[in-house]
Design a protein around this ligand. Structure first.
Ligand code: HEM
Length: 525
């Protein structure tokens, strides 16, 4: 409407025809609007004016979209912090922080609710008002988050964990058995893309855990293209997270939105099946519904539907990434691989014929050091832990920094974990021994566990952390026990590193490995 006034002026005073006047008025209007916005964002009046950062970031979020579309957002963020320091302006209204003393005020119990990024990531077309349809991770309202979180937390208490452990070990045995069969068929040495098999395994297990079964990727392959639909959905979610208003538009686009819709209808189908029939074994939703009923009158179907995608994405992809990277780092460092094998073999001596005893695993120092080191160097959620002052509060004091409502903060674990102030020496290198040397902050050695946040921290930290650690320890140990591994012919570690893409969850490429079944007594599957 506003440009109609200059249109009238141009027609009457400059003798322009209506179409020319109309066009000129619109061009002038938007040029003035954009110039004013850019001028304001770069001016000293902007609430984030005092923070350093690249000019492109200060001008528009579209710059961030461009950077993240290439998958190297984690490298870019590290470069920004190396250049500008621990607090960087990474968007017109956004800061990135690696100052660990500020973490409790951002992520911790004195912290803030989730930021707008979580709206951009939503894969289903749920309106802003239908808050009961948001899953846990996408819920920005603190009270609503607390209700949902209680259900998730109860579903990960000790007793439910034992139920999931049984399911996880059954699937892990299936994975090892399948890989052994491949080795036999290939004359003793199986050349396989371990990355795909790990994806199949984590997906099958999440299916068992969340829906009482349903996926058989290890057995049947991925004919429904679940993994590629999930990967594309994550990619689009990653692009939209910086521009949440674009998310509903993108979902509706005919070709581009197809994988998101396919993945959404797949989750709907599973949720429906799960709602209609109780599984034989107690699964995630069995425990969640029981906990939820005590606090809410809402239909369990809504709970299942809204959280089903979250269970798969949060549980399968993250754990798979760490498993793949653990195998990668071990094969790149044969001395560490040999040391880990020694430790695992000693813990489960050849006379032992029983299956893996998971109770022993948390006490194996090198196993845990290796896993921590992988989580440190390649945290699956690398850069985008975002929080913002609660709506209507005007702002929040974060340490000594006042953050106004309408601006937000991200914490990038990838950068924090490589900060020499917290991990020193060799902050960028795979050096598991730092976890064995222990906590210290002398000039020669620093290991600051309070800056180690692969599972985030505070009230919205990873709900599945205990399960993830159980799974990581067990599956890594089983690979070590049952196989001799080396990289496949022509495998180039640089290509692997290049394949790691920060699409909000770290994505990986192919991991070609030669597997040889170990000739060793014991270790029954
Ligand atoms: C190594 C594996 C895993 C890593 C590194 C990891 C990491 C994380 C991180 C960093 C967050 C916070 C995300 C944010 O605030 O943006 C998170 C949240 C979450 N994770 Fe995990 N996760 C892993 C495995 C799992 C598993 C196995 C589950 C089980 C299904 C799970 C369930 C969740 C849930 C439900 C949330 C949302 C918590 C909330 O908003 O309160 N995660 N995870």
């Amino acid at each position: 409407m506003v440009p109609l006034l200059p249109t009238w002026v141009l027609i009457n005073h400059c003798a322009l025809s209506f179409p020319m006047a109309f066009l000129t008025a619109y061009v002038l209007f938007f040029a003035t609007l954009f110039t004013s916005i850019v001028a304001y964002r770069l001016s000293s009046f902007h609430p984030l004016a005092k923070y350093p950062g690249p000019i492109m970031c200060k001008i528009s979020q579209l710059w961030t979209v461009l950077v993240y579309s290439r998958g190297k957002g984690h490298h870019y963020r590290k470069m920004l912090h190396d250049q500008y320091g621990p607090i960087v302006r990474i968007g017109p209204n956004e800061l990135s922080v690696t100052e660990k003393d500020m973490l409790p005020y951002i992520l911790g119990s004195q912290g803030m609710p989730k930021g707008p990024l979580f709206e951009g990531r939503r894969m289903t077309s749920v309106s802003q008002k239908d808050t009961e349809h948001f899953n846990l991770i996408a819920t920005r309202d603190l009270q609503r988050h607390a209700v949902l979180r209680k259900a998730w937390s109860r579903a990960f208490a000790d007793a439910p964990l034992r139920d999931y452990e049984e399911l996880m070990l059954a699937r892990a045995r299936q994975l090892i058995h399948t890989l052994k069969t491949i080795c036999e068929k290939q004359g003793g040495v199986g050349g396989v893309d371990v990355a795909s098999w790990i994806d199949y395994f984590t997906f099958d297990f999440m299916g068992d855990m969340a829906f009482g079964g349903g996926f058989e990727l290890m057995r049947d392959g991925d004919s429904e293209r679940l993994l590629s639909n999930m990967a594309m959905s994550l990619y689009y979610a990653c692009l939209c997270q910086a521009v949440p208003w674009f998310s509903p538009v993108l979902r509706k686009l005919p070709y581009v939105g197809e994988p998101i819709r396919a993945f959404g209808s797949f989750a709907f189908k599973l949720a429906k099946i799960r709602y209609d029939q109780e599984p034989d074994k107690k699964d995630l939703f069995y425990h969640m519904i029981a906990a939820y009923r005590a606090d809410s009158q809402e239909s369990p179907f809504t709970l299942i539907l809204s959280n089903s995608l979250l269970a798969i994405v949060a549980g399968a992809d993250t754990t798979a990434t760490v498993l793949k990277n653990t195998i990668f780092y071990l094969l790149t460092n044969p001395a560490y691989y040999a040391r880990l094998r020694e430790e695992v073999d000693a813990a489960f001596p050849p006379t032992e014929t029983s299956a893996l005893d998971t109770r022993i695993l948390p006490s194996l120092p090198f196993l845990n050091a290796v896993i921590n080191e992988v989580l440190r160097l390649q945290p699956p959620v690398s850069t985008t832990l975002q929080r913002a002052p609660a709506r209507g509060t005007k702002g929040k004091l974060v340490g000594t920094h006042y953050i106004k409502e309408g601006t937000h903060i991200q914490v990038p674990p990838y950068v924090l974990h490589r900060d020499p102030r917290y991990f020193y020496p060799r902050p960028d290198e795979f050096w598991p021994d730092r976890w064995i040397l222990g906590t210290s902050d002398s000039a020669e050695f620093v290991l600051d566990r309070s800056a180690f946040i692969p599972f985030s921290m505070g009230p919205a930290n990873c709900a599945g952390k205990s399960l993830a650690m159980l799974e990581l320890r067990a599956v890594v140990s089983m690979f070590i026990m049952h196989f001799d591994m080396e990289f496949g012919d022509n495998f180039d570690p640089r290509v692997w590193m290049e394949s790691l893409k920060d699409f909000f969850v770290l994505e990986c490429g192919k991991l070609m490995v030669k597997l040889r079944v170990r000739k060793r007594k014991g270790f029954e599957l």
